[in-house]
Design a protein around this ligand. Structure first.
Ligand code: HXC
Ligand code: NAP
Length: 269
């Protein structure tokens, strides 16, 4: 079981859909939600990976199904959401967390490379939330987009991710305004570097790079998947009933920046 400060039955009877929930950070959220009693549908492109991840959740005692879809394809998004709604009922919580990433300078990135990440992260989030809206339990549903610190802090070799995640942060604010009157909350979790994930394996392929990243984080370490899932528990629960259109950094202070670095010893230049 995921160690959580929240009540073990907090999400009993809740129906959850997690796009991009078949690995990494979002599978960590799926574990926490399933452990708290929710019925969880997890979706990714790879049907076998989705089924294995759902099996993993069921093995922990949760109720789960795997769904195969591509968030870039609106028809497949609609079909996947329908399938899950028919199984577990109208959604109380929907997470949009599918993402793609690779390190490349803008001049080493083809137009298709840039478009691919925008399509998965930003257009995928629009597709998931737009198609899920009709299938939400209203009032009361909570939508959560998974962004990243690149949304607010520019990073070289991440033009596609920075643009896509910045778009997600703004999209969420607009949806929160448009859907608030129906009792639908829409928020962002913006993780920093989380250890043991595909994302960080791609961004810090060597031990030296990992150490250099850690030196620039206020808390001097990578986060854990459970750090993000605890924030996702808060946003799924009534504890956040009056919270919408907000961006929650879960990043150890990474996006505060550390341009002065260690070398200045904290003293003014
Ligand atoms: C330059 C690259 C490239 C690379 C792919 N492309 N990798 N360009 N450098 N390393 C280009 C390809 O050449 C192609 O352009 C275009 O991108 C699409 O590539 P495909 O392989 O056809 O796309 P697809 O099969 O749809 O795969 C999407 C993908 C892939 C994003 C490229 O990496 C993927 O599926 N990723 C999902 C898993 C993932 O990335 N997880 C990490 C998320 S972490 P051309 O012009 O040749 O056709 C994250 C934030 C982390 O998002 C933040 C940490 C702080
Ligand atoms: P991950 O393990 O690679 O997870 C990505 C998920 O998205 C998988 O389930 C993947 O399944 C799915 N996916 C990818 N493309 C898809 C598509 N086109 N359609 C449907 N599903 C698709 O990544 P992670 O590192 O844990 O990151 C998870 C989320 O956290 C992402 O939104 C990422 O941007 C964000 N984030 C991560 C970090 C970090 O430190 N890792 C930091 C900040 C933000 P398939 O491959 O089967 O499609």
């Amino acid at each position: 079981m995921t160690r959580s400060v929240f009540r073990p039955d907090l999400l009993r009877g809740k129906s959850v859909f997690i796009a991009g929930g078949t690995s990494g950070i979002n599978l960590g959220i799926a574990e926490a939600y399933a452990d708290a009693g929710a019925s969880v549908a997890i979706a990714g492109r790879d049907a076998e990976k989705a089924e294995n991840a759902a099996n993993h959740l069921r093995g922990r005692g949760g109720e789960a199904i795997g769904v195969s879809l591509d968030v870039r394809d609106y028809a497949s998004v609609e079909a996947g959401l329908e399938l899950a709604r028919n199984r577990f009922g109208e959604f109380d919580i929907v997470i949009s967390g599918a993402a793609g990433n690779f390190l490349a300078p803008a001049l080493g990135m083809s137009a298709n490379g840039f478009r691919t990440v925008i399509d998965i992260d930003l257009n995928g989030t629009f597709n998931i939330f737009r198609a899920a809206y009709a299938l939400l339990r209203k009032p009361g549903a909570s939508l959560i987009a998974i962004s990243a610190g690149q949304a607010t802090n520019p990073m070289m070799f991440q033009a596609h991710v920075c643009a896509a995640k910045a778009g997600i942060n703004m999209l969420v604010k607009v949806l929160a305004m448009e859907w608030g009157p129906a009792g639908v909350r829409v928020n962002v979790i913006s993780p920093g570097p989380i250890g043991g994930t595909e994302g960080m394996a791609r961004l810090t392929p060597t031990a030296e790079e990992e150490a250099s990243w850690k030196a620039r984080i206020a808390l001097r370490d990578f986060g854990q998947k459970s750090d993000v899932s605890e924030m996702a528990m808060f946003l799924a629960s009534d504890a956040s009933a009056y919270v919408t259109g907000s961006i929650f950094q879960c990043d150890g202070g990474w996006t505060l920046g550390n341009s002065s670095g260690e070398t200045l010893g904290g003293e003014a230049r």
